[in-house]
Each structure stands twice: as structure tokens, then as C-alpha cells.
Design a protein around this ligand. Structure first.
Ligand code: SF4
Length: 225
């Protein structure tokens, strides 16, 4: 199968339970969700998507990942679950590579994954089956009421796994957002955890010459980092 590839690069996982571990990233084009603050708008926003998109086979992608010798491979996007990932996850598994997925959970997941990070979006709520399969949940905190709204929406379906609370990147210095995360962790404890996109502070992805330039947030260069 040929996949529309935005970038592939070797870096480390900057978020979640596997924070800091060597990871090879495969970022695919395409996402119909269109979050206004998206930090990978280069994969879907018409202002940034090139006319000609490279299509790369699962064999070539697995070759690249294997030669980097990471601890695992992260398939991300965009929204990677809009593509049939089974040929790619099979090829990676054949090479003995663990395969992680980052998804909004709004689309049926095709493929065999060793780890699923599900970050729900209001624009396309996650499928129940995907919530059940997710190994960790990542909630993006846009304002002081975000966390309560998500807890109310997702209810029991997020129980039993780590639930990361990440400030939306353009709000990373917003006192109200940061305090709502801290207070939630203090009040609710258990699986709620304060999180960050640590790789952005390190600019870790950019050290690999094959990584693409960071996309402006939500397709609005005024919000970009
Ligand atoms: S944040 Fe994720 S789900 Fe939202 S537009 Fe960007 S890639 Fe799509």
C-alpha cells in the first residue's frame, strides 16, 4: 500500500507514558477534523498541503524505521486512522518493531497496535470502540472549563487509564489553564496527570534533517510557534 507521508524522522516521544523514549515517527497527511489550534495543520490545511504529496510504501517506511533502531514507531498525523494501517503495522511487526498510534479516536482503527494514545476532539467525538482500546487518554485543555466538559462528556469511558491534561500549546503560559490542570490532579488524583509536549521545548524533532518545519497552529501563522 502507498501512504501519503508528510514526514518521517527519528526523535523521542515527547508526551504521555512513553515520554523520553527513542521513537521513529511516521506522520501521514490528511485530517478531516480541523481543530482550530491544530499543531500539525501542515498535514491538512489547504494553505500548507503541497500540490504533490509523496506516496511511500509500507516496506520503505519500515526500512526507514528499522534502520533508525528506535524503541518503537509512532504513527501519527494528521489523523492516521483515516488510512488503512494494517499493511504498515504488519510490516513493522514483521521487523520486530513495536507500533504506537496517536489518534483522535473518531475513525475506525485498522491495524494492530501495541499502544494507542487517544486525544478526543469536540469536532469529531471518539468512537466507543476506540475509547475501550485506548491505552492512555490525552485531553487538550483550551480554557478553564475544558477539563470538566471532557469529564462530563466521556464519563466512565476514560476510567482505568492515565488521563493526561495538556495545555493547548498557545495556552501553555495561561495561568487559568495551568491552574485548572493542577487543581484537577490534586482533587481527582488517581489516573489524572499533568502533561506537556516536552519535545517542543527541546525542538527535538527538528534535529533530524528529515523532519518538516513546524506547522503553524491551526493554520493561523499569528498563533504559530
Ligand atoms: S489536532 Fe489532530 S484531530 Fe485536530 S485537526 Fe490536528 S491532526 Fe486533526
Amino acid at each position: 500500500m502507498q501512504y501519503p507521508v508528510h514526514e518521517t524522522f527519528h526523535s523521542w516521544q515527547g508526551e504521555g507514558v512513553h515520554l523520553g523514549r527513542s521513537a521513529y515517527f511516521i506522520r501521514l497527511f490528511g485530517c478531516p477534523v480541523h481543530c482550530r489550534w491544530c499543531d500539525s495543520a501542515g498535514t491538512w490545511h489547504p494553505d500548507f498541503v503541497p500540490e504533490r504529496i509523496a506516496k511511500i510504501s509500507e516496506v520503505e517506511l519500515a526500512n526507514r524505521a528499522e534502520s533508525a533502531r528506535p524503541e518503537f514507531v509512532v504513527i501519527t498525523g494528521g489523523e492516521p486512522a483515516i488510512h488503512d494501517l494494517k499493511p504498515l503495522t504488519d510490516e513493522l511487526a514483521n521487523r520486530g518493531l513495536k507500533c504506537h498510534l496517536e489518534t483522535s479516536g473518531g475513525f475506525e482503527i485498522q491495524g494492530d497496535l501495541d499502544w494507542i494514545t487517544l486525544s478526543p476532539k469536540w469536532e469529531k467525538l471518539p468512537l466507543k470502540a476506540n475509547l475501550e482500546k485506548a491505552d492512555e487518554i490525552k485531553l487538550i485543555v483550551e480554557d478553564e472549563s475544558s477539563i470538566e466538559r471532557w469529564i462530563s462528556e466521556l464519563d466512565e469511558s476514560i476510567a482505568g487509564r492515565p488521563v493526561w491534561l495538556h495545555p493547548e500549546w498557545s495556552k501553555r503560559k495561561d495561568k487559568g489553564v495551568l491552574e485548572s490542570i493542577t487543581e484537577t490532579v490534586k482533587e481527582k488524583g488517581a489516573s489524572f496527570r499533568a502533561g506537556l509536549q516536552a519535545h517542543k521545548f527541546f525542538k527535538a524533532d527538528l534535529l533530524d534533517p528529515n523532519s518538516a518545519k513546524p506547522s503553524p497552529l491551526g493554520g493561523d501563522p499569528n498563533l504559530g510557534y
